[in-house]
Design a protein around this ligand. Structure first.
Ligand SMILES: Cc1cc2nc3c(=O)[nH]c(=O)nc-3n(C[C@H](O)[C@H](O)[C@H](O)COP(=O)(O)OP(=O)(O)OC[C@H]3O[C@@H](n4cnc5c(N)ncnc54)[C@H](O)[C@@H]3O)c2cc1C
Length: 1035
């Protein structure tokens, strides 16, 4: 029988009556003019699937589909117009509350909401989240502008965040909760989301406009007002309580469908599967052959994974943010520990994602023999097909679950490991009731039973790289083939418009009739959401721009205020203040003001500006021997004063600072209160703390160690100053810019530390040999030198052991000189250098597992605390199974690390921007969290570093003329003296340490000889006369 289009009238079955099934059925039933007949089968006793309205406490509420907007739901909105379904405004405010509001609590409801927890106004983490939120909203769209074949488009969101160095605060306070809330996913699954569709979704939904979001709406009278209209319209064309359990292919290619008890419900020319794809796979499973239902189709369908969500409808406010002013329509409630653990694990997951083999995919069980997934309840049917939403023991239509174990969804062990969402329906759906009505998905704790109305299970599609491939296979190879069609929200981003559009899409293709709102002269049958306008990629609008501007102004104001104060004070004290004290410090009181304002940095700035210098002591006897070594030679120059005086000054400051710990006795010069005391006391002033806090905030905002930009900029700021400058003070033979190892013995009684002999050159050769010995280096091995400096270590490894060395750096200047040196040595065939970030290098397939040894001499300080896990991840990628990492690292003692990490100092602000000397524990912890590497051996060479710095300083100052000829001025000379002396004082007092660390995977056989070395006990200290002889011998 032919219709008006000349088409044969077809019998069409639709399986499932969610929005996709309803849309497809409506189009076939109402719009086709060819007389096709449609029959809809629904497992539940109602139509609608996730369009699910229930009555609690006397009001109708939606517990699945709740909100939409006119821009992103073009087909659904037109359909609602055709059905005369009314809509009203909703509210899409969002809040995040971590650790019961202790860590963070904010909502998108203006400044009051943003600072719902008032102390956030002074929290650096909070500001870094706001800053990153603004950055993400500007930056993310750029991914969509990359060429389609650019590999960066294919990364996961976890990788994207790492690549762009988004802070933990941004991930935990914003992105993860938001994504987890929108897609009802665990954080693990969020990390595996492909970045491109996620960003495209954000862009499409105008979510990359921080505050200026589109108006969201909800269905007036709740979503039942449209499902009931369709029920009426479809009449007996829609059969409820009729689950389709299997399909049998007929010899003529048609399909016979069966429900409970193997009862046939009819034979159909075309079948539209609008149930979840794994259910479709199960229904089709028995028909597999090579022509109609191939194994690949069934396999692809079952790979479109769904995650069950436990949905509680309740009135218990304990599942809402703690502070009422933070209550929003969507409330993401979480646990920061779990969020950060997930972030730490990210590199490994990325490896699994991008490396292949080990695979991804979440932990949902695959369909079982007699049931589709153990996360689903059976609804009274013998072979237990899931329909994606069931009540706790009782389905909506009163069926009992038939013995399948209850899914373990809730709590921290369930799917929603770190964040759950509570919808505040009163606000979201304009409820007219005094009762608060909440819907919580997979909450960490159950609501009070007395306040709980109901519990349901609803499943939501999950997106990862595997499901994306499966989806493409279904669409490209199987859609409409042999009379089988597949639709549902899974075909898009998982939302109502996606379900609606995909239902319409298959129905318009099947009937060859466009939707009524798509005019015949358009070449599409279904409306598509217009592509986002990427030309606005870098423009900020509305409040976003205002917030960003306000933030910048605040920082600028702080600078201005300081400058202003400086001017006033200078007016008062214009005369240089000079006091003949026993220190004979040439001193201006300005230094006190700077110290008060910014402490460490203030002092440095004062010295740089020439506000004070320290002159040599008139009477060395007056000094505590701990800070004055007899026989120190006078190194005073006009520009810098006496560097040794400066050293003593630092030793005093450190000693006084440490005296606050009560275990140390404060050290002073023998003559009473010194200026050093005054300065160190000033650090205790509130004003100095505020100044330090501002410096820290500024540092957190300005510094970044990202692979694109930040690290490169930081390295450039120090190492690319000028090769000629560094050669003024480094030893000419090795050009090593790191601690040497001198021949040393314990100092005689009454003197602290060690006494040294050897020239700097000899000591640097010893250091190179020590590093290679610790690496158990063998002839011909493949070695990676991360941060190779001017090539000293690489050249030594190639020359002495014939190793094949690859060096990577971010310093163009260093590479140029290092390559010259390699050429001079004739080692070009063994050594190659490259300017590349370690993360980029590690991601290259050809480098994975390539190296026998990795050497990394004082480069870890440039990595940054937040990036340590990435560093170890990268090393592990690069090392082969029996590989060894030898690292020389400047470290901060544990007891000071947390304070250090949350503050700034002269070094990481002025000398090595963005630098961070990690603690030993931070290193080991990062290695443990993101790799299988363990710490095998430690040498502490901190005191040798003090001696190295002293040698460098002497050489540097002896070359003052050369340095000036290179274009450096008084200020520069003071900065570098201050830097070297500051570090020398740090190493002398062990406020800083320098460690040689050996890492390997457990069971590394190459390490055996080192184990023996470790058991060697230390020599008995020499007597005073033996020390004298030893020193004489060395001369
Ligand atoms: C808690 C929650 C809130 C949400 N809120 C929103 C929102 O506000 N806005 C939005 O756009 N999206 C929202 N969504 C997403 C929502 O899931 C989709 O919008 C959409 O409703 C899914 O439609 P669907 O047709 O693909 O699947 P479903 O609605 O799941 O429909 C599948 C249907 O197939 C039936 N079925 C299953 N097996 C069989 C069988 N063997 N035989 C016959 N019938 C069968 C099921 O009973 C069901 O009715 C939300 C989701 C959840 C879980």
């Amino acid at each position: 029988m032919n219709g008006t289009n000349g088409a044969t009238k077809k019998k069409v079955a639709v399986v499932g009556s969610g929005v996709a099934g309803l849309a497809a059925s409506w189009h076939v039933a109402v719009n086709n003019q060819d007389g096709h007949q449609v029959q809809l089968f629904e497992a539940e006793d109602r139509l609608g699937g996730h369009a699910y309205t229930i009555n609690v406490a006397g009001v109708d509420v939606d517990i699945g589909f709740m909100v939409f907007n006119n821009d992103n739901y073009p087909n659904m909105v037109r359909w609602f117009e055709a059905l005369e379904v009314q809509q009203e405004e909703s509210d899409m405010s969002l809040s995040v509350s971590l650790d019961h509001g202790k860590t963070v609590e904010w909502s998108s409801d203006g400044v009051n909401g943003l600072l719902a927890k008032r102390s956030q106004a002074v929290s650096p983490e909070f500001y870094s989240f706001v800053k990153d939120m603004i950055r993400f909203n500007e930056e993310a769209r750029k991914l969509l502008q990359l060429p389609t074949d650019d590999p960066r488009r294919g990364v996961t969101i976890g990788q994207y965040l790492r690549d762009h160095n988004y802070t933990e605060a941004f991930c935990s306070y914003y992105l993860f909760p938001m994504v987890a809330a929108i897609w009802s996913s665990s954080i693990e699954d969020v990390l595996k989301f492909p970045a491109e569709p996620l960003i495209s979704f954000f862009c499409n939904h105008k979510m990359l406009q921080t505050f200026d979001r589109p108006q969201w709406n909800t269905v007036s009278g709740r979503s039942k007002s449209y499902t009931l209209k369709l029920k009426e319209l479809l009449g007996d064309k829609a059969k409820v309580s009729t689950p389709i359990l299997s399909a049998k292919k007929q010899s003529d290619g048609k399909f016979e469908l069966f429900t409970t008890g193997d009862a046939s419900v009819g034979i159909f020319d075309e079948v539209i599967f609008a149930c979840h794809p794994p259910t479709a796979a199960k229904i089709l499973e028995g028909n597999q052959d090579d022509t109609v239902v191939t194994g690949q189709l069934v396999d692809s369908l079952s790979k479109i994974e769904y995650a069950d969500n436990a949905v509680y409808i309740h009135s218990d406010p304990k599942l809402m943010p703690k502070r009422r002013r933070a209550w929003a329509s969507w409330n993401c409630i979480g646990d920061s520990d779990l969020l950060s653990v997930h972030k730490m694990k990210a590199p490994k997951e990325a490896e699994a994602m991008e490396g292949g083999g080990s695979g991804f995919g979440n932990k949902m069980e695959k369909p079982t023999q007699n049931g589709f997934s153990n996360g689903h309840h059976q609804n009274g049917h013998s072979n237990g097909h899931s329909n994606g939403h069931h009540t706790n023991g009782h389905t909506a239509n009163g069926h009992h679950a038939n013995g399948h174990s209850q899914p373990q969804l809730e709590g921290k062990d369930g799917r929603m490991k770190a964040v759950y969402v509570t919808y505040w329906l009163n606000r979201l759906q304009n409820l007219e009731t005094d009762k608060e009505i909440f819907v919580s998905l997979n909450p960490h704790e159950k609501p009070d039973p007395a306040l709980t109305y109901r519990k349901e299970i609803l499943a939501h599609p999950q997106f990862n790289a595997e499901t994306m491939v499966a989806r493409q296979t279904i669409n490209e190879k199987y859609q409409g083939r042999n009379g089988l069609w597949f639709c549902g929200a899974w075909a898009g981003h998982g939302f109502h418009e996606d379900g609606c559009r995909s239902g319409f899409d298959v129905a318009t293709r099947l009937t060859k009739t466009p939707l009524p709102w798509c005019t015949s002269n358009e070449d599409k049958a279904v409306m598509v959401i217009p592509e986002p306008d990427l030309s606005k990629a870098t423009k900020m609008s509305g409040i976003t721009a205002a917030v960003s501007r306000a933030y910048q102004t605040l920082t600028k104001t702080q600078f201005e205020a300081q400058r202003w104060l400086h001017r006033i004070v200078r007016g008062w004290v214009s005369m240089p203040f000079r006091k003949a004290s026993h220190h004979r410090q040439s001193f201006r009181p300005m230094v006190l003001r700077e110290g008060c304002l910014e402490y460490d940095l203030g002092l440095a700035r004062s010295y740089m500006a020439g506000h004070f210098v320290v002159e040599p002591p008139s009477d060395p006897e007056m000094y505590d021997p701990a800070i004055y070594t007899k026989g120190d030679r006078n190194e005073t120059t006009r520009a810098i004063g006496d560097p040794l005086g400066l050293l003593r000054f630092f030793l005093l400051v450190i000693a006084n600072r440490d005296s606050a710990g009560a275990t140390h006795i404060p050290r002073k010069s023998l003559k009473g209160q010194s200026y050093a005391d005054a300065i160190s006391n000033a650090s205790g002033l509130i004003i100095s703390r505020v100044g330090s806090l501002f410096n820290y905030l500024r540092y957190k905002i300005v510094m970044d160690n990202s692979e694109r930009g930040g690290s490169l900029k930081n390295i450039h700021a120090h190492y690319d100053l000028s090769n000629d400058l560094f050669t003024t003070f480094l030893d000419k033979e090795t050009l090593m810019y790191s601690s040497a190892i001198y021949d040393a013995v314990k100092a005689p009684a009454g003197r602290p530390g060690l006494v040294f002999r050897d020239s700097l050159e000899q000591a640097q050769w010893r250091k190179l040999d020590t590093l290679l010995a610790r690496a158990q280096i063998e002839r011909g091995q493949t070695v990676l030198d991360i941060g190779f400096g001017w090539g000293g270590l690489s050249i030594h490894a190639a020359k002495k052991y014939g190793c094949n060395v690859t060096g990577i750096t971010l310093s163009v200047e260093q590479k140029a000189l290092a390559e010259e040196r390699v050429k001079k040595e004739g080692l070009g065939h063994l050594i190659s250098f490259e300017v590349v970030d370690y993360r980029v290098f590690a991601r290259r397939k050809e480098n994975q597992g390539r190296f026998d040894r990795i050497l990394c001499c004082e480069m870890i300080e440039a990595v940054g605390h937040d990036h340590l896990p990435e560093y170890f991840w990268a090393v592990e990628q690069l090392l082969n199974r029996d590989g060894i990492l030898v690292m020389e690292a400047i470290t901060t003692p544990e007891e000071r690390y947390e304070t250090y990490r949350h503050s700034t100092d002269f070094i990481n602000t002025i000398i090595f921007p963005g630098g961070c000397c990690p603690s030993l524990h931070a290193l080991v912890d990062a290695a443990y969290k993101s790799s299988a590497l363990t710490l095998e051996h430690i040498d502490n060479i901190g005191l040798h570093y003090a001696k190295t710095l002293s040698d460098w300083r002497k050489r540097f100052n002896a070359q003052e003329k050369v340095v000036r000829r290179l274009g450096f001025d008084d200020i520069f000379l003071r900065v570098w003296n201050y830097y070297m002396v500051y570090c020398e004082a740090g190493f002398l007092t062990q406020t800083e340490n320098c460690l040689i660390l050996v890492f390997a995977r457990s069971g590394c056989t190459a390490l055996a000889p080192l184990s023996e070395a470790r058991s060697v006990t230390q020599d008995v200290p020499l007597t005073d006369s033996e020390v004298e002889n030893w020193l004489q011998d060395g001369v």
